[in-house]
Design a protein around this ligand. Structure first.
Ligand code: AMP
Length: 174
């Protein structure tokens, strides 16, 4: 099976997308390759360190792809944190700023029960604004956040400081 180095080799750097100055990390070559995709999910699932996870929470939109696969591997449920206006039922909301704009994320008010063990998953950690907003939503639901895992971490932005959690994992750092 492929390794993290193979995932690294597959990621496509796209300069100035979606706006000038952003070097976009395109993970679609990983998704399109069955072995690379499987490896990415398995490496993310390993970040749970064998802990029993009740729910894997994924962040809109690329986070869903990885979080759903990780939930399947861990035998956990999947919960979406979505951009404003997409979830149909009662939600909690949190505003946040990200590397290229501002937005609001939401979670269904009954998506996580108090004390449930959560692994939060997204494709990429930049400023940490998005994940920090998701963490606030999960804390509002009294979730037990076991870990926060990213396929990619852009380390020079120090986004993990914004998460203020002891178990932040990334498979690839740039
Ligand atoms: P942030 O809130 O700054 O940590 O931004 C993280 C979110 O924005 C993730 O969900 C990524 O999908 C997306 N994102 C931010 N910067 C990049 C980048 N350079 N390449 C790809 N996706 C990015």
């Amino acid at each position: 099976m492929p390794t993290a180095a193979d995932l690294d080799a597959a990621i496509r750097d796209v300069p100035d997308f979606p706006k000038p100055g952003i070097l976009f990390k395109d993970i679609t070559p990983i998704l399109g390759d069955p072995d690379l995709f499987k490896t990415s999910l398995e490496l993310l699932a390993e970040t749970a360190n064998g802990e029993k996870i009740d729910k894997v929470v994924g962040i809109d939109a690329r986070g869903f792809i990885f979080a759903a696969g990780v939930a399947h591997i861990l035998g956990a449920g999947f919960v979406p944190v979505r951009k404003k206006g997409k979830l149909p039922w009662t939600t909690h909301q949190m505003a946040y700023s990200l590397e290229y704009g501002e937005d609001i994320v939401e979670i269904h008010a009954d998506a996580v029960k108090p004390g449930e063990k959560i692994l939060l998953v997204d494709d990429l950690l930049a400023t940490g604004g998005t994940a920090a907003a998701a963490i606030k939503l999960l804390k509002a639901l009294d979730a037990d956040i076991v870990g926060i895992s990213f396929l990619i971490e852009l380390t020079d932005i120090n986004g993990r400081d914004a998460l203020a959690h002891p178990d932040v994992h990334s498979i690839l750092s740039y």
